[in-house]
Design a protein around this ligand. Structure first.
Ligand code: ZN
Ligand code: ZN
Length: 580
């Protein structure tokens, strides 16, 4: 090869490196995917300073012979075999020959590999071959990368802090471990163990190894399929939630993907089971015909486009909702098990967010949900909940109902509980085809600003459809002569005002489902007993009965819990009547 040819090849690799390699995690990703392709059972990733000083990936895969090892440093060495389109068809992850020369062009790259019959060690630096020697016959490949970006100072500057680079690598390895529970992954940083999975091929066990017992004991198995898609995985009970979306992990045809629409479907399934600003832990494997998948929309191929997305969304929402519905979701006051196997401390340091037990009332309702009406049609029964009977004992702080049954003692937030009951009742009323209007003996007049008036006129038909009877009454004033029957008496004016607020504020008018949801939630809150109101025991009994009959009795429509349980066992443990 002429000198010029070699130089242009190095340049091309450096440019390609800019696309493939932007952070330590992308190197870890390329190398681990090669290891998976090589049928490895154990993959060990050792980092120094989050990968900035050193990245080492060791596998026990099939390895390479000398010729293939040398060839792997040639750009497009295998591009004849693999077109990007083919990725999902040939069921492999990456494409050897792209990543290695790119990474080797911006680092010191040591490749040691053997297929069991011959072994070699090849060293590249800055894209140039430094040495090529024979080595031992341990089957597998180990790659060591140091001096990353030493010859591209501009890129070096783009590397983030050690903590950030490490956190990205951890998050990637965790996802990979969940996608491949049959492979054992080990990740260390500065010789401290950060992630270790056993490769047991048991997804729940892998979840346990990554998230610990507190999470794995609160996961629900989901499984379903239709003509186009097979779903299988685990979803968390709403009592453990995260403050970001990173723990909704989806694996499509054995590939970890990030897809906005899939995440949205998962989130929609948890509608009113959680606050909008919290997100569930979900590991969902989706298998489908490769022809329904287009991988070309993102250069790092993490995102994909799915044909028949509507079908998949509906299947996800229905499957997850069913699973949430069929499980008893009353959170225990105590952690189920105190001797939780602690994760290595470093992870807690890196992952600076905590599992949340609903501490904060969400800021606003209805930010991104779009309920699918179809999924509401199916009548599902939750016999366990319907059988639950709670006997009121008293009221604490005018706020919490104390109740009991043979299993334990319960605290119920009376406002949240009644909000749930009213919400489900409102939704039913809003969905029923027939609207009933109650006439007002004394009509209510409501004054509006001129912009509010314009908006109300725009939505007049919708308001009438809901059961409102009103007309204009002078300048910017409406007179209401009737309202939907389900409005709580004594609260008519406030409720009408609330609905007008909803119409005139940011709410997008187009979607009637969303509009009804907002009305149901807002009025449910309005109609419900506030804290510090002392209700009679009969009223408590009635409320508990109504709560247990709800479709989702565990959360108020804002996603806060309605009920917390102290099992008899918890109580005995707290009072040291039992010592274990
Ligand atoms: Zn409320
Ligand atoms: Zn609420």
């Amino acid at each position: 090869m002429s000198k010029i040819k070699v130089m242009s090849e190095i340049l091309a690799n450096k440019i390609a490196a800019g696309e493939v390699v932007e952070k330590c995690a992308s190197i870890v990703k390329e190398l681990c995917e090669n290891s998976i392709d090589a049928n490895s059972s154990n993959i060990i990733v050792n980092l120094v300073e989050g990968g900035k000083k050193k990245i080492e990936v060791i596998d026990d895969g099939m390895g390479m012979n000398k010729d293939d090892a040398l060839l792997s440093f040639q750009r497009h060495a295998t591009s004849k075999l693999y077109k990007e389109d083919d990725l999902f068809f040939i069921n492999t992850l990456g494409f050897r020959g792209e990543a290695i020369p790119s990474i080797a062009s911006v680092s010191k790259f040591v490749l040691k590999t053997s297929d069991g019959t011959e072994g070699c060690q090849i060293i590249y630096e800055g894209g140039k071959l430094i040495s090529n020697e024979s080595s031992d016959l341990r089957c597998g490949t180990s790659i060591t990368i140091t001096k990353l970006f030493y010859n591209t100072p501009a890129r070096l500057k783009y590397l983030k802090s050690e903590q950030t680079e490490l956190a990205n690598c951890v998050s990637f390895i965790e996802r990979l471990a969940l996608a491949y529970p049959n492979i054992s992954f080990t990740l260390t940083n500065d010789e401290h163990l950060v992630v270790k999975t056993s490769g047991s091929n048991d997804l729940l066990k892998t979840i346990h190894e990554i998230y610990g017992l507190n999470v794995s004991s609160k996961m629900i198995l989901v499984k379903s399929s239709n003509d186009d898609f097979d779903l299988e995985g685990y979803i968390c009970k709403p009592e453990i939630l995260k403050s970001n979306r990173n723990h909704m992990i989806t694996i499509v045809n054995d590939r970890v993907v990030k897809n906005f629409e899939i995440n949205k479907a998962i989130n929609d399934a948890y509608y009113t089971y959680k606050p909008d600003i919290k997100f569930p832990i979900v590991v969902l494997k989706i298998n489908t015909d490769p022809t329904l998948i287009d991988v070309n929309i993102h250069p790092t191929k993490q995102d994909i486009k799915i044909g028949k997305m509507d079908v998949l969304s509906n299947l996800i929402i229905k499957t997850l909702k069913d699973a949430l519905y069929k499980n008893l979701l009353i959170p225990n006051a105590l952690k189920d098990n105190e001797e939780i196997i602690e994760k290595p401390k470093i992870i807690n340091d890196i992952v600076k967010e905590q599992t949340v037990n609903y501490n904060n009332e969400p800021v606003n309702v209805q930010t991104e949900f779009n309920l699918k009406e179809e999924s509401e049609d199916t009548v599902i029964v939750n016999p366990k909940m319907k059988e639950l009977v709670l006997y009121p004992v008293g009221l604490a702080h005018g706020t919490y109902i104390i109740a009991e049954n043979e299993e334990g003692v319960y605290l119920i937030d009376q406002h949240a509980a009644q909000e749930r009951v009213n919400y489900e009742r409102n939704m039913k009323a809003l969905k029923s085809a027939k609207t009933y209007t109650t006439g007002l003996l004394i009509p209510i007049t409501i004054e509006l600003s001129s912009s509010e008036m314009a908006k109300v006129k725009e939505e007049e038909a919708k308001l009438k459809e809901l059961g409102f009877d009103f007309e204009e009454f002078g300048l910017n004033t409406l007179i209401f002569k009737g309202h939907p029957t389900w409005l709580r008496s004594g609260y008519e004016e406030e409720s009408i005002r609330k609905i007008i607020d909803l119409i005139t504020s940011g709410l997008k008018s187009v979607d009637p489902v969303k509009f009804n949801e907002s009305i149901a939630i807002t009025l449910a809150c309005k109609m419900s007993i506030k804290a510090n109101m002392h209700i009679s025991k009969d009223a408590m009994e009635e409320l508990l009965k109504e709560l247990c009959a709800c479709d989702n009795p565990y959360n108020c429509p804002h996603g806060r819990p309605t009920i917390i349980k102290f099992s008899n066992y918890d109580l005995e443990r707290m009072f040291k009547r039992v010592m274990n």
